[in-house]
Design a protein around this ligand. Structure first.
Ligand code: ADP
Ligand code: ZN
Length: 520
């Protein structure tokens, strides 16, 4: 059999997308495979094509009951017999399907993970030949990931239950090393052929905004861009979703909310209204996500910063699945960092895991403070090698704003951290530099240090910005404790000795009031 011929016959394509051919031929050769591809990369075809070519039935494990029906329908439309087993079926329907499966009426069988080890399912598949087991969204098995599903733990048990182990094909859009290692280990993939395709999404424009008033910024964005196209606005809490929906409705926007605390019917209705373009904008928590397959989302705005780059990439990646130009705007504010840390503290986790969470959060904070290409910063996170320095399609690459020399300011910040024995966090360092009369500062005697009040002409935001950009560039290290402390790195010597000059955007760091301070 010729795979190109089958590709054309069933799917109507002449060529494969990146990575697909190797995964398909791997499965056809009887090997385990692991496909790591971004959203929209074409993972489904990697198991659907071998499914029609191999003898027997392919079992596809998928966490998304809501999507199974769509997947089944579209397969049936192209002449591939498929069905699904999940909790939406009543007893009668279930028995009917089981009968049909045993009669070998289907080539592809979608199943929810919690069904795998039920007696009825195990008995059913004893009657059929299983060609291979495909696992969609395989990262759901990892507790380190952002989508952990306890029911995924059933998978290894299920596979062990076969007298002859079938081959296993796992797919995910997650590319972080820790999670990939865990997927391979927990699913017990055997010498899998591992294919990772590029994670770059060239049609997405990335921007970080540090607007003082987020709502005002959002209003002007919505007025000036994509006036009639659809978009997603992500918020970190249900409360923010509710209040933002209310405010946007008052301004006359076609908008609805989506979060885990809503009545299930309303939530479903809001999702469908958005999917079918009856609502233009959806304001949501991260509950709105995996499996949202709307091709023409033109903007994804993060009203609050998410918890790490992985989550940001996945959420922003819901824009532009049709390949058309789309925008991803991340609105940064220091208070969101505090919020994320609180969320992390309230989740039970080991100290080791918490430290990793803080580290991952810091990467995203650095992303918000870098002057380098944002796309490259994302791709570097996923371990991709960067070829061009300037992508020409992110806010940093397009930014022509005036840069000023902040070497002196940087020296002041670094000396201050040194003078207070590298024992405090951003807030205290900022207050000392700005000469705050805060009770805590006086109590600690920090008003006596020589660096007290040496940046009195700078706004609080300006000082923070300078600190954070020094963190982003590796001159300061933020510890991963509950109360993170600023420490100097060995690299900061080059700034203190004046060997290296450092520049930053004027509008973000400019001194206020008297300019005497800036004479040098
Ligand atoms: P993923 O599951 O990785 O997010 P999908 O399987 O939904 O991606 O595929 C994304 C899009 O790419 C779909 O619209 C699909 O029809 C299309 N596609 C998949 N394979 C090919 C191919 N070989 N050639 C052209 N388009 C493809
Ligand atoms: Zn760029």
């Amino acid at each position: 059999m010729n795979i190109y011929k089958e590709l054309k016959t069933y799917f109507g394509y002449d060529t494969f997308k990146e990575g697909q051919e190797k995964l398909v031929t791997g499965i056809l050769a009887g090997k385990d495979v692991l496909g790591i591809m971004p959203t929209g990369g074409g993972k489904s075809l990697c198991y659907q094509l071998p499914a029609v070519m191999l003898e027997g039935v392919t079992i596809v494990i998928s966490p998304l009951i809501s999507l199974m029906k769509d997947q089944v329908d579209s397969l049936n439309e192209i002449g591939i017999n498929a069905t699904c087993i999940n909790s939406t079926l009543d007893q009668e329907e279930l028995m009917e399907r089981i009968k049909e499966i045993k009669e070998n009426q289907y080539k592809i069988l979608f199943v929810a993970p919690e069904r795998l080890n039920t007696n009825i399912f195990r008995n059913t598949i004893r009657h059929i030949t299983v060609s291979f087991v495909a696992i969609d969204e395989a990262h759901c098995i990892s507790q380190w990931g952002h989508d952990f599903r306890p029911s995924y733990i059933e998978i290894p048990k299920f596979i062990k239950g076969f007298a002859n182990r079938p081959m296993v094909a796992a797919f995910t859009a997650t590319a972080t090393k820790e999670i990939i290692i865990e997927i391979k280990k927990l699913i017990e993939l055997q010498k899998p052929i591992e294919i990772t395709t590029g994670f770059d999404r060239p049609n997405l424009f990335y921007q970080v905004s540090k607007a003082g008033n987020k709502f005002t910024y959002l209003m002007s964005y919505l007025k000036e861009n994509f006036q009639s196209e659809t978009g997603i606005i992500y918020c970190s809490t249900r409360k923010t979703v509710e209040s933002l929906v209310k405010k946007l409705k008052e301004k006359g926007f076609s908008v609805e909310g989506y979060h885990g605390g809503m009545n299930a019917d309303i939530r479903m209705k809001n999702q469908e209204d958005f999917m079918y373009n009856r609502t233009r904008i959806i304001v949501a928590t991260n509950a709105f996500g995996m499996g949202i397959d709307k091709p023409d989302v033109r903007f994804v705005i993060h009203y609050n910063m998410p918890k790490n780059m992985e989550a940001y990439y996945q959420e922003a990646g819901r824009g532009g699945r049709d390949g058309e130009k789309s925008q991803c705007i991340l609105m940064y504010s220091p208070s969101d960092v505090v919020k994320q840390k609180l969320i992390m503290e309230n989740e039970y986790s080991s100290p080791e895991r918490q430290a990793l969470q803080y580290k991952n959060l810091q990467y995203l904070i650095d992303f918000c403070h870098t002057n380098d290409c944002l796309r490259n910063k994302i791709l570097t996170y996923f371990g991709e090698v960067i070829i061009e320095e300037d992508c020409g399609n992110c806010s940093n690459c397009l930014d022509r704003s005036e840069m000023i020399d902040i070497t002196l300011e940087a020296q002041k910040v670094l000396s201050c951290i040194y003078r207070i024995d590298q024992r405090y966090g951003v807030n205290i360092v900022t207050q000392v530099l700005r000469g705050s009369k805060n009770k805590k500062i006086l109590q600690l005697g920090l008003d006596k240090v020589s660096t007290y009040n040496i940046m009195k002409n700078y706004s609080e935001q300006g000082v923070r910005e300078i600190i954070m950009t020094l963190v982003a560039r590796g001159y300061i290290h933020v510890t991963t404790d509950k109360f993170p402390v600023l420490k100097l790195t060995a690299q900061c010597r080059e700034i203190l000795q004046g060997d290296v000059k450092i520049h930053h955007k004027k509008e973000l760091v400019e001194a206020i009031g008297s300019k005497d301070e800036k004479e040098r």
